[in-house]
Write a protein that binds this ligand. Structure first.
Ligand code: SF4
Length: 255
């Protein structure tokens, strides 16, 4: 956490942090596809927190890099062939609306293009599942045939060689499309309930999800979560109530 330094001079860095915090505190309308990626409970915490923790500069750096690179590619690719950040609204069977903003849509065949920036070269051999899930969700919502997931490797990394733009074609079959939409509807409904009740404990978490364990056996999503202490306390309560229910059942069956 970066604390404000008393000074008679302007600190632009401090201004950045303050405006970032204000931005995080702004109420967000509707459920977005990105809200359902990685951890639903984290999204619930973020959306319900009107006083978000003072963020670290790393997040602002990534945000800035992401915006700049997206802008650059969008400017290069142009509006003639691509639709840029078009808003898509998908209505669930229960009436809930899910909003999406794919980076680009190729006008010729409706392909979705999702651009991600990273400082890691691991995307040269394999895409990240949650990035693919997001791109495929857009494909399913639009009824498109496929997505292109493009990575931009930022910064100088020797291992990157010259492959700074690995890309992947992600096809979505009709069957997969149906499953993706079902999951999206389920997740959005669960998240909306947690938000309506102002209770993150009603929303699923990924703390024990093997998919997010790094080589050290630690969950990298949780390690980067501003709400890990709150979540950990909630999970302890959940374990306690499960334990109590089990005890009640055992004592009933033995009496
Ligand atoms: S600590 Fe992990 S499981 Fe809990 S809200 Fe954060 S990301 Fe989700």
């Amino acid at each position: 956490m970066v604390m404000p330094q008393p000074s008679k001079f302007l600190s632009v860095r401090q201004k950045l942090l303050e405006s970032w915090s204000r931005r995080l505190a702004e109420p967000r309308q509707g459920i977005h596809v990105s809200d359902t990626m990685l951890c639903l409970r984290r999204t619930a915490f973020q959306r319900l927190d009107r006083n978000p923790p003072t963020t670290d500069l790393k997040k602002i750096k990534y945000f800035h890099q992401g915006i700049m690179k997206h802008q650059l590619l969008q400017d290069l690719l142009g509006k003639e062939e691509f639709e840029i950040e078009k808003e898509i609204v998908y209505t669930c069977k229960n009436g809930l609306k899910i909003i999406a903003h794919p980076d680009l849509i190729y006008k010729k065949d409706g392909a979705v293009i999702e651009i991600k920036t990273t400082e890691s070269t691991s995307c040269q051999t394999k895409y990240y599942k949650h990035h693919a899930d997001q791109a495929k969700a857009y494909v399913a919502m639009l009824g498109a045939r496929y997505a292109v997931l493009l990575y931009i490797i930022l910064g100088y990394t020797k291992e990157a060689g010259t492959n700074y733009f690995p890309e992947y074609i992600l096809k979505v079959s009709e069957d997969e499309r149906r499953k993706i939409l079902e999951k999206l509807e389920r997740d959005a409904t669960e998240l909306q309930r947690g938000l309506d009740e102002r209770d993150p404990s009603l929303v699923r978490h990924v703390a024990y999800d093997k998919e997010y364990m790094n080589r050290l056996g630690r969950n990298w999503v949780c390690e980067n979560c501003d709400y890990s202490s709150l979540c950990s306390a909630l999970r302890a309560k959940e374990r306690e109530s499960i334990f109590n229910v089990k005890n009640i059942k055992t004592s009933r069956s033995s009496s």
